[in-house]
Design a protein around this ligand. Sequence first.
Ligand SMILES: *Cc1c(COP(=O)(O)O)cnc(C)c1O
Length: 373
Amino acid sequence: MNEIPLVDLKANYLSNRDEIDAAIARVIGNTSFIGGPEVRAFEDAFAESQKVKRCVGIASGTAALYLVMKALGIGPGDEVITTPHTFIATIEPIVSLGATPVFCDIDARSFNIDPAQIVAAITPHTKAIVPVHLYGQLADMDAIMNIATRHKLWVIEDAAQAHSAARDGKRAGAWGHAACFSFYPGKNLGAFGDGGAMCTNDDALADHIAKLRDHGRSTKYEHDLLGYGERLDALQAAILGAKLPHLEAWTDVRRNHADFYDRALRDIPGVSTPAVKDRVAHAYHLYVISVEGDRDAILAGLKARGIGAGIHYPIPLHLQPAMRPYGGKPGDLPITEHAARTIISLPIYPEMSEDQQDSVVAALVESLAEAVR
Ligand SMILES: *Cc1c(COP(=O)(O)O)cnc(C)c1O
């Protein structure tokens, strides 16, 4: 049986091996491991690729969210409105800073935060909104920015899954006051370890974050403020810099793969393919379907056939054991809870072949049939 993983990091490396090996050798050769030209070059190139003014490289996407929230003054007594249908890193920084995450339910079709629910969740304590561009599809950013402007709230985009995704031609990272990206290995632009960045059009905010990530330094031995050790490694920046020129082409291939799945799955009863909103250029970090019937049996069928399917995410954040102190209970956010029970992420990555996609579809059809028996 030919296993088909959810994402194939090895195939991606092999597609670009010489450039990556050369970048690694360059950093080792000049032993410029912290900061330096590789980091600056990558930051400039990434800002340009997302069509924003500034990019600051940070040690991870989670650290980027933390530093941005810290720099924007989010702290005890503040409420931050976000989605429960995301990876837990979206809310960990909110909690670490002593603020309270406030969850809104999602749009049933796009799985992104529902702007109408945001309005209902605003209180005098609300300080910021953190929309997540889930799976690589931008949240409803015009509506969210309008709400934020009216209520004087910060908007921090969690763009960890949305490199090169856009809405009306405007990319993830260019909408809010700041956006946070992750370069975790499996993301659409992945490092060889942890990595992240924040993007913004606000020079003062970018300069502040650049200081915060590096112990508040203004010069080698002078510290303007108390910061953190959350820099992006030069080795990771060089690897990311070698991969970045391919990101557009990889994203286009992801879109073709999604199109292939859409056509192959459209008429299969009990399967809903991803709903892509008008004016959105989806980056398909994940290709997520919804199924009727026994989802876990279908997933087991896929696993048994060597298909590396996943669930993003099986437990909504308000129901996570770690979030018990906040009192969330089943039934609070029904659309999210329904999504968590019905979704399946199918393998998608640029190096995937048409044969592999055919095998995934065939395995899904068999698993669906088996699950209703
Ligand atoms: C990956 C991810 C993060 C965290 O990024 P790291 O680089 O792993 O810290 C945050 N939010 C979302 C939605 C993610 O998918």
